[in-house]
Design a binder for this molecule. Sequence first.
Ligand SMILES: *[C@@H]1O[C@H](CO)[C@@H](O)[C@H](O)[C@H]1NC(C)=O
Ligand SMILES: *[C@@H]1O[C@H](CO)[C@@H](O)[C@H](O)[C@H]1NC(C)=O
Ligand SMILES: *[C@@H]1O[C@H](CO)[C@@H](O)[C@H](O)[C@H]1NC(C)=O
Ligand SMILES: *[C@@H]1O[C@H](CO)[C@@H](O)[C@H](O)[C@H]1NC(C)=O
Ligand SMILES: *[C@@H]1O[C@H](CO)[C@@H](O)[C@H](O)[C@H]1NC(C)=O
Ligand SMILES: *[C@@H]1O[C@H](CO)[C@@H](O)[C@H](O)[C@H]1NC(C)=O
Ligand SMILES: *[C@@H]1O[C@H](CO)[C@@H](O)[C@H](O)[C@H]1NC(C)=O
Length: 310
Amino acid sequence: MISPKFLGRLGFALLFALQPGFAAPYPSFGTVQTTNSSGVLNAVINNTASSTNLFDYRVQADLANLVETLQANDTDIRVVVFSSGNKEFFIPHLDVDYFLPGYGFPDMTFPPALLWNISQLPQATIAMVEGRARGIGNEFLMSCDMRFSTTSPSVLFSQLETSFGFIPGCGGAMYLSNLIGRGRTLEYVLASADIDAVTAEKYGWINKAFDTSAAMKEYVHTLARRIALFPLAGINGTKFGVSAVSRPSREDIVQKAQAVITVLAQLPATQAYATKFVEATHNQSIGELELNYGQALLGLYNVTEEELTN
Ligand SMILES: *[C@@H]1O[C@H](CO)[C@@H](O)[C@H](O)[C@H]1NC(C)=O
Ligand SMILES: *[C@@H]1O[C@H](CO)[C@@H](O)[C@H](O)[C@H]1NC(C)=O
Ligand SMILES: *[C@@H]1O[C@H](CO)[C@@H](O)[C@H](O)[C@H]1NC(C)=O
Ligand SMILES: *[C@@H]1O[C@H](CO)[C@@H](O)[C@H](O)[C@H]1NC(C)=O
Ligand SMILES: *[C@@H]1O[C@H](CO)[C@@H](O)[C@H](O)[C@H]1NC(C)=O
Ligand SMILES: *[C@@H]1O[C@H](CO)[C@@H](O)[C@H](O)[C@H]1NC(C)=O
Ligand SMILES: *[C@@H]1O[C@H](CO)[C@@H](O)[C@H](O)[C@H]1NC(C)=O
């Protein structure tokens, strides 16, 4: 048996080559727990190997297996509701190990292809957010059809990639510019700034922010049950039409963006920042930098908020 850590180090290309002919195409790591009733599938992303619910190879493999199930034409699922099992983090970002010098750069088209597939599912997809969603975490939300959150101070959204010297490579900023416009997209994404739930709702980044978790869950439950009354063909057909005017092409996200990120991620400055980030977060563990990245990143650039103001 090959250890998960070893598989992680090998990267995805080899991981898949090692697993031909399985019913589920990828090994299962138990990081996505699902239940379903009345056509609504609830999927909880709960990567207990990470204190920050990291989007590592485990979560990617488990989501890819779920996506394959949902793509099958005989499924009776019509709505998928994603949430997280970690109160502080929906998803913090992609595994930054990928960008460390000497890591052995994995197949970087895998994460965008996975999120692209989620964006194309025939089912309606809804995300319920209680915690930080940064980087690929926010891109995951953008790949869903609808996003709801609480107004808890733990809820923060951001595309933080520019601060690393690379780009939101899974379409996050592309989708955002449809939702909130080009100016606000670049204001937040170039600054790698966090946005809180109330402002995010005002701008249209998310559909709605609720004062309590219970209120959010009740609203989403009712909405999901209602949509699930309807035939999948109509849900899928309606999504297809909306996507025609509001989703970038697969080529833009999976090929062109990866060509850019592959170059940027191998620059010495990018790798040096990734190294510093992984050290400062104690291997992407919960702590000040992960919790409060929008502010705390200034420390990694050796400046204070006051110095920027003066
Ligand atoms: C939905 O739940 C039923 C049992 O309750 C299970 O047999 C089925 O595989 C589930 N569907 C999905 C897509 O997980
Ligand atoms: C579902 O049906 C479509 C259209 O007939 C087909 O292209 C696709 O391969 C099918 N998917 C699965 C998983 O069977
Ligand atoms: C996440 O997994 C842990 C460990 O198995 C478990 O204690 C916790 O209840 C799970 N959380 C959710 C929301 O499923
Ligand atoms: C995306 O879906 C296609 C089928 O449409 C499948 O061949 C591919 O392996 C999937 N990719 C990922 C990363 O899940
Ligand atoms: C979804 O719609 C597309 C475009 O019309 C079609 O190709 C595909 O087969 C549909 N899938 C399902 C499951 O209805
Ligand atoms: C991070 O993890 C790697 C490998 O798991 C280990 O070699 C390293 O010492 C860890 N670094 C920190 C700061 O915990
Ligand atoms: C910040 O200061 C440290 C220690 O002096 C230095 O190694 C690092 O290169 C500096 N970073 C930047 C972005 O200036």
